[in-house]
Design a protein around this ligand. Structure first.
Ligand code: ZN
Length: 148
């Protein structure tokens, strides 16, 4: 149930979005893709996924690198830490989730270029507004991350 090396691979998609997770096998819509694991943390990090407010899963081997799409092909069940296919997935497809499905607040809001018909254009967490003057704040958070 946990992701196996032969089924998934973390690769550099491009310089804009960075790393993504490719599925090496097909999954049918509705099928269980994998169980999640990782470190449970209480702060928001770049590759963390929210389990509940102030509780996040930090996994830099698999789920932390799911890419965002406004028309995702996977959905995360953060109560049971499971990933399901919400569309058919073909071998060598990237796994795409909708970050607003799990995150109240994003580590960093960003412009989306997923190209789907219902693309929201600018991606935020489900409980936050579009940040106007937040870039300075985000820089401070980033500095703290680096310098501990
Ligand atoms: Zn989009």
């Amino acid at each position: 149930m946990f992701p196996r090396k032969q089924d998934f691979e973390v690769v550099v998609k491009d310089e804009v979005v960075g790393l993504g997770v490719i599925s090496r096998r097909a999954f049918a819509k509705g099928e269980l893709v994998a169980a999640l694991s990782g470190e449970i943390i209480h702060d928001l990090r770049q590759h963390s996924l929210q389990i509940e407010p102030d509780v996040h899963l930090y996994d830099v081997y698999f789920s932390g690198y799911f890419l965002h799409s406004c028309s995702p092909n996977v959905e995360l069940d953060m109560k049971n830490l499971l990933v399901y296919a919400v569309r058919d997935i073909q071998p060598d497809d990237y796994l795409f989730m909708d970050y607003a499905q799990t995150e109240d607040i994003l580590f960093k809001q960003f412009p989306c270029s997923c190209g789907s018909e219902n693309c929201r254009g600018w991606i935020t967490g489900r409980k936050e507004q579009v940040a106007g003057g937040a870039s300075g704040l985000m820089e401070d958070i980033h500095k703290e991350e680096i310098h501990g």
